[in-house]
Design a protein around this ligand. Sequence first.
Ligand code: CP
Ligand code: NVA
Length: 315
Amino acid sequence: MDYEHFKGRSLLCWLDYSAAEITALLELAKRVKTESKSGQVRQRFLGKTIALIFEKRSTRTRCAFETAFGEEGGHPVFLSTADIQMGVKESLEDTARVMGRMFSAIQFRGFKQETVETLAAFAGIPVYNGLTDSYHPTQVLADIMTLEENFGSAKEKNLCFVGDGRNNVARSLMVICAKLGVNFTIITPAVLAPDHDLVKRCAPLAAESGARLRISDKLEEVKDAHALYTDVWASMGEEDKKAERKALLAPYQVNSSLMAATGRNDTIFLHCLPAVKGEEVSAELIDGPQSRAWDEAENRKHTIKAIMLATLGAV
Ligand code: CP
Ligand code: NVA
């Protein structure tokens, strides 16, 4: 695919991208990973700058953006919202306008999806969603890449998310799977089911791609899964819900016996990380041979580099 038409675009949520475009970004990510493994040094972001705005903590996302941008000759600038004027001494719109005059791109991680949407509307440069309460799009591109590395293609494979079904990662997986024809099941207690509006938006996409989307509270639904995926029971910003979630989700821990319940001997385990070992996943599973969580973390860098290369017109 010609990457020209990605130039200048933001990534706020995969609903804004077609299946062909997502596939092209995955192809580019594979290429970038091969280049990186063979020690090639490129300078495709030379003379470019990116603002990395963080309202919430991060290890992987920050490191992936900083290293991917920096090693290609670009200059990343980390900005904690505790230090800048954004939304405190000036409006979000004004910060966006000013940053748009100084940077080549912006990454935002924080609470509201509307914040990243406003930045994109007013900055006039590509804005990347590095996680909000609603979506975590860069994460799930790395997840699909990891599935492809293990099973050749992700299409028609069965991915099963077990845990807090209404969180940003589960929601983003639903969107990308619906687009790409990956069968996706969320196993979660009924009170943590994803919101109906999103399910309604994904249903026609799944019908078009051939993906089967299911939401259930039954652990037996892991049957035939190629991958079991989980995430923390209380996401950033929900620390006060921790006790309630623990009580609700304790029966949904992903461990070796749940992996065995897929009935497949090649099921892999995925986790976006950070993980609370002993809660959503057992230590023996995440640290054991079925876990691909560490490849998945590495793939954050390659996929994020691909997104930036395409949208900055630097492929
Ligand atoms: N998976 C992920 O986004 O990790 P960080 O919170 O460390 O960035
Ligand atoms: N759902 C988690 C993902 C962390 C990468 C959170 O929002 O805290």
